[in-house]
Design a protein around this ligand. Structure first.
Ligand SMILES: [Zn+2]
Length: 113
């Protein structure tokens, strides 16, 4: 079930999961070639492109930590109450949602080699 994944920087097709880097850009997750991601970080896009790829080991670890924090916050294990608790819970859910979106929208459509 392959589908065309196009690089946000050069517009070229990304053929394998090993060559894919997904990054959080403003309020979306976008795909890059590995080399294009480093070019984007060095160029004028560096202001809006996160410097931690969503589909990296650290991105996955951050998503797992965010999910654990969100569960703790929503269960009431935090010093915050009411609207502040909901806002904080929603904020820490951004990383897990971005990680899941990265997998569903891009990674699962590419072969690993
Ligand atoms: Zn590219």
């Amino acid at each position: 079930m392959n589908r065309y994944i196009l690089c946000q920087h050069c517009g070229g097709r990304i053929n394998s999961a090993d060559n894919l880097v997904t990054a959080f850009v403003i309020f979306s997750v976008v795909p890059y070639h590995r080399r294009c991601y480093s070019h984007a970080l060095q160029g004028c896009q560096a202001v809006v492109v996160s410097n931690r790829p969503v589909n990296s080991v650290m991105g996955t670890a951050g998503a797992a930590l965010g999910l654990a924090l969100a569960i703790a916050i929503f269960l009431g294990i935090s010093p915050f109450q009411g609207g502040m608790r909901l806002a904080l819970g929603a904020a820490v859910m951004a990383a897990p949602i971005a990680r899941i979106y990265s997998y569903l929208a891009y990674e699962r459509h590419l072969d690993p080699d």
